[in-house]
Design a protein around this ligand. Structure first.
Ligand code: ADP
Ligand code: ZN
Ligand code: ZN
Length: 765
């Protein structure tokens, strides 16, 4: 007898697994994806380990496989264990991120009348039970969800009672995967009939021209044709006649749904690496060749256009040369194709793509082919870190500071950067994290010696001819307080207005950028630029309407907005919550002839919209693109010569301790959009806080100026990397219940903390 420890797809504690017995003849191994009984249901589970004996007296049998092959290997199982512990989610939930697409199914359970039972009910039913029975009389069956939705939470108990009394039965949905291999029918000429076929073509020609032409095209192509296509072009009777004559036959074949299939990429010129690139590349090659088993982390710091991608490509080449495989992560699906293209051109046929923008079928095929080792390189968004890439030698994370690498809405709430570090530690893979503006916490690992810094200080291309310039666009800061003092109340400064007019006149393109995330409004002094912050947490206070209140989203402090600026005592405090549409309106107002596109979360809800808007801008169907931080990321627009940052303060006053860092990063990237082509670029940053360190260092794209100040603030406030933050979130449809549970937990944690004497643990909220 053997037993299996299984993580079950049930809402259980994060380290909870269950013991099952393995029936004879079922070759269960760790990493297998199986079906198990759980309470009165059946569920999916992942086999964590096997053993010979158990203390548990009664165990139930594993029912069978969802997939015959083990879906998780030792590495994935170890990684899943770490994720479930670190992010406090169930073991299954953690492992589910690594399952084949469409593999996880949560079938619905239905209640029906037991066979042979009268649909009238049984003696002594409660009111609720009568209602359930009468519903079943008209509808035949009801799902568990529907039951609760219609009759309330108590209905579940009532229905179960009816099952016990033999009136109702449970019907369980299938646990089979929702995606499968795609099997298609083909017609082809069998090898042995090829020569006969050639003679037959001319014989058939006069009497049966359709048969003749189908046969001819099959012989010419020497490869099968889709049955459906043959039927459509030549008619099904021609197809069937040829089959009867034994000249062709029908076959079935599984078809690979490859997202890159049929895509032709223009060839690119190859060039020699610059000195800086060559230095970075050789450090990475050396690390990959070294036999030391400790993980090798590289932080590749270079401004946009400095040639980081070339370094990734070089490292990839080396990794493949030593027989290992690669995972490459990019922050946004909408931006992936530029990177994919460069990898696909350099390594044709070796690139798999995994991200949520693909169809389920494509993801399914890419996943399994990757698992079988058919792709040396996997490129995708954050979830690509879970790709079943065997023999991993290199992990690349482009734009490593991007917040999209954090999954914050569903379990597991992982940060791909931390998962990457863990995965590298398990596999010994080399890591390259690239960014123009590294995450402050990542950079601190360089200072503490846990990562190696590689720098690409200059742009390639326009910088090559004159090494004294960095090749970056000219950034000017406009003081909006002064605009106001001198009578301009518009959202565009006079400088920006003039530049916009020049750009439109000369037929070039511009991006107007709103440094905004979410919809938080805040209070700011229009005279001295002070944004109101929490005295305790030093984050921006959020302005709430109704009875006007300023609220700290960190510690929960609320107060009435002051009538006067606490710094300069002016009465010019205004709240801000400007949106992209307002900017679009304002552009059209001043330049009625300009073609304007808007790009933000609202305008790109449906799949493909991103591509569409970007393509229209790229093909110059519009001159002005208005957007939020999404446009800041890695886009290549050579014809953009002007970037206007409407209100840099929007980001600075965000209720987040990372507000300064985010603003710096976003402004740097936005500035990187301009002047990528031959034309000189202009960047105008409008702000009420022109002396702010984040804005000033962004203007000069100077990480060396930014980092020491930012890290000093972090130390002062005891924020990461000097501390760790844990967010415990409890949600409920009832505000009262959510509040009371949250309070209870906070009291409980305080008690624990005091009991253990952890005086440095602070509990907020
Ligand atoms: P990043 O990834 O840092 O934004 P890229 O790798 O995309 O930079 O490089 C920017 C541009 O410079 C690309 O068009 C690339 O083809 C080109 N480039 C990169 N390295 C070189 C080089 N050594 N010589 C000439 N052109 C280069
Ligand atoms: Zn003021
Ligand atoms: Zn606070």
């Amino acid at each position: 007898m053997s037993f299996a420890e299984i993580a079950v797809d049930a809402p259980v504690g994060y380290d909870r697994t269950f013991t099952y017995s393995v029936p004879k003849g079922l070759d269960v191994r760790p990493g297998h994806f199986v079906r198990v009984p759980f309470g009165s249901r059946r569920m999916q589970g992942i086999v964590i380990s096997l053993f010979e004996h158990t203390q548990i007296t009664e165990t139930r049998d594993v029912l069978g496989f969802v997939f015959e092959d083990e879906v998780l290997n030792e590495t994935s199982l170890a990684l899943a264990q770490w994720i479930s512990e670190y992010y406090m989610c169930s073991r299954f939930e953690a492992a589910a991120a690594m399952l084949p697409p469409g593999g996880r199914t949560r079938p619905r359970t239905h209640y029906v009348f037991k066979e042979g039972q009268e649909a009238t009910g049984v003696e002594g039913m409660t009111f609720l039970q009568t209602r359930i029975v009468s519903y079943l009389n008209t509808h035949g069956r009801i799902s568990e969800d529907k039951l609760v939705q219609l009759f309330g939470i108590a209905a579940g108990v009532s229905a179960k009672a009816l099952v016990r009394r033999g009136l109702l039965d449970r019907q369980y949905g299938s646990l089979e995967p929702t995606v499968r291999k795609l099997i298609r029918k083909f017609v082809s000429v069998p090898a042995e009939s090829a020569s006969r076929g050639c003679q037959m073509v001319s014989l058939l020609e006069p009497r049966a021209p359709k048969q003749a032409s189908l046969l001819r095209s099959l012989l010419d192509r020497r490869s099968p044709i889709l049955l459906a296509a043959a039927n459509k072009e030549f008619g099904s009777s021609a197809v069937n006649k040829l089959v009867e004559r034994g000249l062709i036959h029908k076959t079935e074949k599984s078809v690979d749904r490859d997202p890159l299939q049929g895509k032709i990429f223009p060839p690119v010129l190859s060039f020699d690496l610059t000195d800086a690139q060559a230095m970075a590349a050789s450090s990475i090659r050396e690390a990959m060749d070294s036999s030391e088993s400790e993980p090798k982390f590289f932080l590749l710091n270079g401004v946009t256009g400095s040639g980081k991608t070339e370094v990734y490509l070089d490292a990839t080449e080396h990794c493949l040369a030593v027989g290992k495989r690669v995972i490459v992560m990019v922050p946004e699906i909408a931006l992936t194709h530029q990177t994919i293209e460069r990898f696909a051109v350099r390594f044709p046929g070796k690139v798999a793509i995994l991200h949520s923008g693909l169809s389920q079928g494509q993801r399914f095929d890419q996943w399994w082919r990757t698992k079988r080792g058919e792709y040396s390189i996997v490129i995708g968004s954050r979830s690509a870190i879970f790709a079943p890439q065997p023999n991993l030698g290199l992990i690349v994370m482009d734009e490593e500071h991007e917040w999209t690498y954090k999954q914050h809405d569903v379990d597991p709430r992982y940060h791909a950067r931390d998962v990457m570090r863990k995965l590298a530690a398990i596999t010994g893979a080399t890591v390259i994290a690239g960014s123009a503006t590294p995450d402050v916490c990542s950079y601190s690992t360089v200072i503490s010696g846990r990562s190696h810094l590689l720098s690409l200080p200059k742009r390639v291309g326009n910088a090559v001819s004159d090494p004294s310039v960095s090749g970056l666009a000219a950034v000017s800061i406009v003081d909006m307080r002064r605009e106001l003092r001198e009578g301009n109340r518009l959202i565009f400064s006079r400088t920006l207005m003039k530049k916009m007019r020049d750009t439109l006149d000369s037929g070039e393109q511009m991006i107007l950028f709103l440094n905004r995330r979410g919809s938080a409004a805040y209070l700011q002094c229009r005279n001295c630029g002070l944004g109101l912050r929490c005295r305790r947490c030093d984050v921006g206070l959020t302005f709430h309407h109704g009875p006007p209140r300023l609220i700290c989203h960190w510690c929960g402090e609320r107060r009435r907005p002051p009538a006067k600026c606490p710094r300069c005592t002016s009465g010019r405090l205004s709240y801000y919550g400007i949106g992209t549409q307002a900017v679009v309106d304002e552009v059209i107002n001043h330049f009625p002839m300009a073609k304007v596109l808007r790009w933000d979360r609202d305008s790109t809800k449906s799949r493909g919209m991103d591509e569409d808007i970007l393509e229209r801008f790229r093909t110059r169907q519009a001159q002005v693109l208005v957007g939020t931080q999404m446009i800041a990321k890695g886009l290549h627009f050579p014809s953009v010569t002007l970037v206007g940052v409407i209100m840099a303060d929007l980001g600075l006053n965000a209720p987040d301790y990372r507000a300064g860092e985010r603003t710096f990063q976003t402004l740097c990237q936005v500035s990187g959009r301009a002047g990528r082509g031959l034309g000189k670029g202009d960047v105008i940053v409008q702000t009420y806080q022109p002396d702010n360190y984040a804005i000033r260092s962004a203007a000069s794209q100077d990480y060396g100026f930014f980092y020491p100040q930012e890290i000093a603030f972090r130390r002062e406030q005891n924020n990461p990397p000097f501390s760790r933050l844990i967010r415990l979130l409890y949600s409920h449809t009832s505000r009262e219940i959510a509040e009371s549970v949250a309070f209870r937990w906070s009291a409980k944690i305080k008690l624990e903390r005091d009991g253990w004497g952890f005086s440095n643990v602070e509990i907020m909220g």
